[in-house]
Design a protein around this ligand. Structure first.
Ligand code: SAH
Length: 343
């Protein structure tokens, strides 16, 4: 059966025309799902009983079940959802003073193989569909009875390796007739799939692009992130400059600091040269050590020195507050769990 949440509003209208329904019915259904947040076609009371039956027969509402919910001491919540085919995904809710931010997964597993990330080493199962991405948001809003204000594609998976579904999910989340989260409040984080960055700039969505840079030389970056062997730093920065020029949006660079690996002042100096003159922001993250990982966290002192060097040389840099580390929900700690592991 088709997932009704896989359709953006234009596609849903076309689909309704195909099944012999008026397109305004599609708008009504869209509203029920994303504004009223109903969980069944039966609750869509302005549709005829006949239409409700037809929808029930042909589409699923894709309502996730919570397999596990962990609350960290700082209020961060990690969800493990049953995606209804035997697989499970993780989604993290973070509370900031400016609102709720949701970190969503885009794939079940990840193919990128970054050496410092807990999602590496688990077999890639499949892409999530648009509806499966969107349902993470609805399921959390239902569970906590809140309105999410920011969405970041920083959970499990490489969003640009599931490009079409991610872009479509953004269109659904962004639509004023539905969830209505502004594109500027949606961030897509990538390990650096260069051709897809050019493509994203063409979509005219205005979302924030976040680049997992993590190093300033190809040698170091390739040792951390195999994707660098395909698209090196120079090509990556060129694509970012193009993104900025065409979208007029500031690009965010993630830089996870690992002791004696990428955290000395020579790195900071090279980073300043790389980003010189760009509309950019650097997010410094103390790297989270994963099980058997070879990268250790930089000292706080080093992290602050690194930040201060960047700021003193015209690059805006902040140190990301670590949220949810006591429940393995901080950056890069998410990993797909088998259902059998869940008690
Ligand atoms: N595949 C995408 C998005 C998922 S990872 C990407 O690579 O950007 C989200 C962010 O967490 C990325 O910046 C990633 O590099 C970072 N990350 C992964 N493992 C980490 C770790 N152990 N410590 C700190 N950050 C990590």
């Amino acid at each position: 059966m088709k997932n009704i949440k896989d359709y953006n509003i234009e596609e849903l209208k076309k689909e309704f025309t195909k099944i012999g329904e008026k397109s305004f019915r599609a708008e009504q259904v869209f509203r029920w799902i994303y504004k009223e947040k109903v969980q069944s076609f039966d609750d869509m009371t302005n549709l005829s009983l006949e239409l409700r039956e037809k929808l029930k027969k042909n589409y699923t509402m894709c309502i996730y079940k919570i397999l596990k919910k962990q609350v960290a001491s700082d209020g961060t919540i990690k969800y493990l959802f049953d995606v209804l085919d035997g697989n499970a995904i993780e989604t993290v809710l973070m509370k900031y003073h400016h609102g709720y931010s949701l970190c969503v997964s885009s794939q079940i597993g990840c193919k990128m193989g970054c050496k410092f990330c807990a999602s590496t080493g688990i077999a890639f199962a499949r892409n999530l569909t648009s509806g499966e991405i969107v349902e993470q948001l609805l399921a959390v809003e239902r569970d906590e009875n809140i309105k999410i204000s920011n969405v970041v594609f920083m959970g499990i998976g490489e969003p640009l390796d599931n490009y079409d579904n991610v872009v479509n999910a953004i269109r659904i989340i962004n639509n004023p007739k539905g969830i209505n989260i502004g594109a500027r409040h949606i961030s897509v984080s990538t390990s650096g799939i260069v051709p897809k960055i050019y493509q994203l700039a063409d979509e005219n969505i205005q979302c924030t692009l976040s680049i997992s840079l993590h190093a300033t030389t190809d040698d170091t970056r390739s040792k951390m992130m195999p994707v660098n062997n395909r698209y090196n730093i120079e090509e990556l920065i060129k694509a970012c400059k193009d993104y900025i020029a065409r979208t007029n949006r500031r690009v965010s660079f993630e830089y996870a600091l690992a002791k004696n690996n990428n955290d000395n002042l020579d790195d900071a100096k090279r980073l300043v040269e790389l980003l010189h003159g760009m509309l950019a922001h650097v997010n410094l993250i103390p790297i989270n050590k994963i099980e058997n990982g070879k990268f250790d966290k930089s000292s706080n002192e080093n992290i602050l020195k690194f930040r201060d060097y960047l700021n003193a040389h015209g690059i805006i840099a902040t140190v990301r507050r670590e949220l949810g580390s006591d429940i393995d929900a901080a950056c890069g700690q998410l990993r797909r769990k088998n259902l059998s592991e869940v008690e």
